[in-house]
Design a protein around this ligand. Sequence first.
Ligand SMILES: *Cc1c(COP(=O)(O)O)cnc(C)c1O
Ligand SMILES: [Zn+2]
Length: 426
Amino acid sequence: MTSTLGTPVFSDSPARDLVCRGCGTHFPLAAQHACFECFGPLEVGYDAAALASVTREQIERGPKNIWRYAGLLPTGADPASRVTLNPGFTPLVRADALAATVGLRAPLYVKDDSANPTHSFKDRVVSVALTAARALGFERYACASTGNLANSVAAHAARVGAPSVVFIPFDLEQGKVVTTAVYGGDLVAVEGSYDDVNRLCSELTETDEFEKTAFVNVNVRPFYAEGSKTLGFEVAEQLGWRIPAQVVIPMASGELLTKIDKAFTELVETGLVEAPADGWKVFGAQSAGCNPIAVALHGDTDVITPVKPTGIAKSLNIGDPAAGIYALEAVRRTGGWMDYADDDEIRDAIRLLARTTGIFAETAGGVTVAVLQKLVDAGRLDPDAETVVFNTGEGLKTLDAVAEQVGPTYRVRPSLRAVREAGLLD
Ligand SMILES: *Cc1c(COP(=O)(O)O)cnc(C)c1O
Ligand SMILES: [Zn+2]
């Protein structure tokens, strides 16, 4: 928890301090992630006046990536200070055919974060975390990962020529292992679950050997988490500076969900976006194999009982979700809901999304679209309110999920007659 490393050296960042999400105690900006008073998680606090000075025009003049929102992030304005693949500004795809299929009458959009440099939303959080980490004096980059974070940390480290060491559960999809290992850093397959990996990484941050190692989602987690806000900022800007009525978001630790909600709140507080008359509703999606946050909501409790994750949605398999109670709070406060989908529903939803939008999602995207359907069926989502669903990862990394369901629809010899006989010309 303590660090001999310095405070970040961004003179032009709007970040002011770190604030405990549990008891509200303030701490100076540093490589600290837990409260000394109550051990609660810390979040970046901002200078309200600095945030309020950011204008739409400034943002619109900025680069077509997350750094157009630099004035709303805990890092500085100097591009040379960044450890980044310049992710973001991914497509917001209008999905009329999907809307019709699931039973929505109002516009539906898919925010497609598979278009990021390493093909998941994790490039956003890693760019912000590692930029802060370098400014804090860290020299090696690391993470505990369910797959996509591993890809992104290894690629970011390679881009700036820094050493990396990435920890994953040993049973990840090959598509996530290869796309991490190829960047050449150390890749440690741990014989345990993600929650075991995370615990190990927390212990490693306390050792002298890892003193100069930034674990993006452990010892610099407050900075990491802020990167997720850019998904919320982008959606609002791409809708013409409006906040959608309903958003459906996949949950692993639950952090992404809380930060999209935080982004919308900040946009309203800074005056960049007008507060929608009816607010916005936040919906969370998990898989049946790892559903501790949704089960707590359904049981009307704040007690999140950790689970041992199973199932194909491995990128979401965090059995003891660090931001779970904050995700519950955001969903309850906004009047949203959560649900979960089993492996067959996830596979069907991957194919549904693909054939109605041309977007091939990884299993997490299947989870989100399957839950979208359930929320409409159960009457939780208003079919007449504008909705955005988030596809956070790329289908090519989890090919096995649907490999047995799809394939060639015909097989023919290379002759016109064979094609005719197969019925293709009918
Ligand atoms: C990490 C991840 C998420 C969600 O992450 P949180 O821990 O809830 O912030 C969602 N989708 C994909 C594909 C991911 O890799
Ligand atoms: Zn505290």
